[in-house]
Write a protein that binds this ligand. Structure first.
Ligand code: FES
Length: 273
């Protein structure tokens, strides 16, 4: 045992602990934040109106594979969607939302993220809700049965990298309206969004392993390999992964909300066009 560290036996019912601090604040705040932010994004995915204001596009629907041709004010223009309008056979009970395709993979990436897993296991499953706190009775079987899909995280990373490239593309495209160069508040908001998601994505454990794993030595030939520099940068972001997970999530919501408000006319976008 390290000096100064004492093991604390936890006995009693749910939430019993010998911890004197307010341990419940973090799981309660985490649960509230996740419900609020992911709840908002889920609603927007199912009700994708006012997701476009030329040349801005909401990250909830970007990149858009298909877009509704009518019935959705402020929808992505048909010519901007990769495959055009939703087909006629699309079931009437399902919203015609571009969010159901490529952007949904970003949710898969976040859902299987190592940080988010720890956060929602603690705040929702509560087995246990925090260190040295008695949790709900449960037989944890690792991520082998119901949770086996969590192992797909390394593959969702490839989708996240692709989406990230698209977000940067859309961000730079937001400098141009009708072929004229300019800049608006929305341009800045979209670029900050891409930058924060870059900070989140390149701090991913799977990315860090991809670029720095399976190597015995970074400088065996007497020179520092470029992969070492990449790995070092990724490590810096990885140490702040929780921070980037939250601020990038908040900014996605803010970006969507900003474009929604501008598209509905509730807010005027300041710009140079
Ligand atoms: S571990 Fe969080 S995004 Fe990969």
């Amino acid at each position: 045992m390290h000096s100064g560290v004492r093991s604390v036996a936890v006995s009693g019912g749910f939430a019993s602990t010998q911890r004197p601090d307010r341990w419940w604040v973090t799981p309660a705040a985490t649960a509230s934040g996740l419900v609020l932010l992911f709840g908002y994004l889920t609603l927007r995915a199912f009700f994708p109106t006012h997701v476009w204001f030329d040349p801005y596009i909401s990250p909830v629907v970007a990149p858009p594979l298909l877009t509704p041709a009518s019935g959705y004010p402020g929808a992505v223009p048909v010519e901007h969607a990769w495959l055009g309008a939703f087909p006629a056979w699309w079931p009437a009970f399902l919203p015609r939302s571009p969010a159901f395709f490529i952007p949904a993979l970003a949710i898969a990436f976040r859902f299987t993220c190592y940080y988010y897993r720890g956060a929602y296991y603690k705040s929702f499953a509560m087995t246990p809700p925090s260190c040295a706190v008695r949790g709900l009775p449960a037989q944890y079987r690792g991520e082998t049965r119901l949770l086996w899909f969590q192992n797909l995280h390394r593959y969702t990373l490839y989708a996240a990298l692709f989406i990230l490239a698209c977000l940067w593309w859309e961000g730079f495209a937001a400098f141009f309206r009708d072929g004229r160069f300019g800049v608006g508040v929305g341009t800045v908001v979209m670029l900050v969004n891409a930058a924060l998601i870059s900070g989140y994505t390149f701090g991913c454990h799977s990315w860090r392993h991809l670029i720095g794993g399976k190597l015995d030595c970074f400088s065996c030939k007497g020179v520092i390999s470029p992969r070492y520099r990449l790995w070092k940068n990724s490590t810096w972001l990885n140490e702040r992964h929780m921070l980037f997970a939250w601020i990038s999530l908040v900014w996605v919501v803010f970006t969507d909300l900003y474009i929604y408000l501008v598209s509905t006319g509730a807010v005027t976008d300041l710009n140079t066009w």
